[in-house]
Design a protein around this ligand. Structure first.
Ligand code: GDP
Ligand code: IMO
Ligand code: MG
Length: 424
C-alpha cells in the first residue's frame, strides 16, 4: 500500500485538521510527519471543537492508529495538556497512539531561546509562535538533540542537564527576556513521566511493516509549503520541510511509497507572523475577510493577515509537492463578496511572470489581480457540486484550469460534514 499525504499549499491554517479528520476513516493509520506545537489543527464535530498541536487529527476516529513520526518535535508539556483534553473528552487513545523514538524533544530552554532570539531580532522578527521550534531543529541538525527514545536511557537526566547548561550559556548572547524556567521545568518533567507511559516505537519500522501488511496510511503535514525551510519565503519560514518530501524523511518511507498528494488551499489566502505576502489586502476588504473567516490563530490567537488567492504561488507549491488533487476550504467565507480577486501573475522589477522570483521579500514586487464574479448567496445548504451557484463553480474551474489539477473537495464550513466531495 502507498502513503497518501495531506498538506497545506499556502502559509498554514488551510484547514488540514478538518480534512484529515474527514478522510481518516478511509485509512488504518494517520501519521504526523513534521513540525510541532507551532501547529494548531482545528476539528469540529457533534457540536464540539478541538485544537490539536502534536497529536494527529485521526485521534477522534475509533480504532484508528495515530503515529507521531520521527520528523516531529515534541514538547512533553504540550503533549500532556493535549492528552488531558482527550481524557476529559473520554477519548480512549492508550492503545492507538504511537510515538516515534527518533522524534526530537523540545526542552524548556528551547522555548526560552526562541523568545530571546526573537527579541534580539527586533523589527526583523520571524513572528514565531515561540514554541521552541527553531532552536529544537537547530539542535537536531547540530547533532545535540535529545530524542524521545532517550527518555528510556539511564543517563537521560544527565544529558538533559548538559544540554540545558549549553542553552543557558547561549542565552547570554541575547537580550534578557522574562522566562520562568523553574516552573517550565517542573511541568516538563511531569510531561516526561507521562511520555514514558506511552507506546514508543521505532517509527520507520512501524510504518514500513504496516505498509507491507497492506495497511492504508495517511500522512498529515503541518504548517504550509510557503513556510518550508528550503522553498518557503526564507527567512520567514518554519524550521522543517513541510512539503511532500518531508513525509518521506519525517516518517522513514521511500519516495516510491507516496500515493495521492492532497494539497489544501483556502479559497483566499492568509498568513500569520511576519514576511512577504504579495496578494495581501491591507484595506477594508482584508478586514472583511478576517471577520468573515474568523481569521485568528488557532495556536496563538493572533489576527491572521488576509488577501486574495495567489495562483502563481499555488502553482509553485503544487510543483514542489506533486499535488494530485486539490481541496479548496472556506468557500463559504466568500459568500458575501460581489467580486473576488485572484492573483494570476507576479510583476517583479516591471517584468510579468507566473514564476516566483528568488527573493519575494523584495519591495519592488506586485501581483496582477483579476476580478471574478462572486455568487452573493449562502452556501450553507449546498451538499453537492451541482448545487453550487454557477459563479462558485466558475471560481473552482478557474483554480483547476490554472493549476491543471482537479479539485476533489470543497469545504463550506468548519464542521466535519460541511464538505462537497466530487465523485470520479
Ligand atoms: P489547520 O492548521 O490547517 O488545521 O487549520 P486551522 O485549524 O489552524 O485553521 C482553519 C480554521 O478554519 C479553523 O478554525 C477551522 O475550524 C476553520 N475551517 C475549516 N474549514 C472551514 C470552512 O470550510 N469554512 C469555514 N468558515 N471555516 C473553516
Ligand atoms: P498549522 O499546522 C500558520 C508560522 C509562524 C511564523 C513562522 C515561524 O496550524 O498550519 P515557528 O513557530 O515555526 O518558529 O514560526 O511560521 N507558523 C504557522 N503559521 N500555521 C501554522 O501551523 C504555523 N506554524 C508556524 O506564525 O510566521
Ligand atoms: Mg493551524
Amino acid at each position: 500500500m502507498k502513503v497518501d499525504v495531506v498538506l497545506g499549499l499556502q502559509w498554514g491554517d488551510e484547514g488540514k485538521g478538518k480534512i484529515v479528520d474527514y478522510l481518516a476513516p478511509n485509512y488504518d493509520i494517520v501519521a504526523r510527519f513534521q513540525g510541532g506545537p507551532n501547529a494548531g489543527h482545528t476539528l469540529k464535530f457533534d457540536g464540539k471543537k478541538f485544537v490539536l498541536h502534536t497529536i494527529p487529527s485521526g485521534i477522534f476516529r475509533p480504532d484508528l492508529i495515530n503515529l507521531i513520526g520521527s520528523g516531529v518535535v515534541i514538547d512533553p508539556t504540550t503533549l500532556r495538556r493535549e492528552l488531558e483534553e482527550l481524557d476529559a473528552a473520554k477519548v480512549d487513545y492508550k492503545d492507538r497512539l504511537f510515538i516515534a523514538r527518533k522524534a526530537n524533544l523540545i526542552l524548556p530552554t528551547h522555548r526560552y531561546l526562541d523568545k530571546a532570539s526573537e527579541a534580539a531580532k527586533g523589527k526583523a522578527k520571524i513572528g514565531s509562535t515561540l514554541r521552541g521550534i527553531g532552536p529544537t531543529y537547530m539542535d537536531k541538525t547540530g547533532r545535540n538533540a535529545l530524542r524521545v527514545g532517550d527518555v528510556e536511557q539511564e543517563d537521560f537526566l544527565a544529558r538533559y542537564a548538559k544540554l540545558r547548561e549549553k542553552h543557558l550559556d547561549l542565552l547570554k548572547i541575547y537580550p534578557k527576556v522574562e522566562f520562568d524556567l523553574a516552573a517550565a521545568e517542573q511541568e516538563w518533567m511531569n510531561g516526561i513521566e507521562l511520555l514514558r507511559t506511552l507506546q514508543l516505537v521505532d517509527g520507520e519500522y512501524y510504518i514500513n511493516k504496516a505498509l507491507a501488511d497492506d495497511k492504508k496510511v495517511l500522512a498529515e503535514g503541518a504548517q504550509g509549503s510557503m513556510l518550508d525551510i528550503d522553498f518557503g519565503t526564507y527567512p520567514f519560514v518554519t524550521s522543517s520541510n513541510t512539503i511532500t518530501a518531508g513525509a518521506c524523511t519525517g516518517l522513514g518511507i521511500a519516495p516510491s511509497k507516496i500515493g495521492e498528494v492532497i494539497g489544501i488551499t483556502k479559497a483566499y489566502c492568509t498568513r500569520v507572523g511576519s514576511g512577504p505576502f504579495p496578494s495581501e489586502l491591507l484595506d477594508e476588504t482584508g478586514d472583511f475577510l478576517r471577520k468573515e473567516g474568523q481569521e485568528f490563530g488557532a495556536t496563538t490567537g493572533r489576527p491572521r493577515r488576509c488577501g486574495w488567492i495567489d495562483l502563481p504561488q499555488l502553482q509553485y507549491t503544487c510543483m514542489l509537492n506533486g499535488v494530485t488533487q486539490l481541496v479548496v476550504t472556506k468557500m463559504d467565507v466568500l459568500d458575501k463578496f460581489e467580486s473576488i480577486g485572484a492573483a494570476t501573475r507576479y510583476i517583479h522589477k516591471g517584468n510579468e511572470s507566473s514564476e516566483l522570483p528568488y527573493d519575494i521579500c523584495e519591495k519592488d514586487l506586485d501581483t496582477k489581480i483579476i476580478m471574478l464574479r462572486g455568487w452573493s448567496e449562502s452556501l450553507d445548504t449546498v451538499t453537492t457540486y451541482e448545487q453550487l451557484p454557477e459563479a462558485a463553480q466558475d471560481y473552482i474551474n478557474n483554480i483547476q484550469e490554472y493549476l491543471s489539477i482537479p479539485v476533489s473537495m470543497i469545504s463550506t464550513g468548519p464542521e466535519r460534514h460541511k464538505l462537497i466531495v466530487r465523485k470520479g
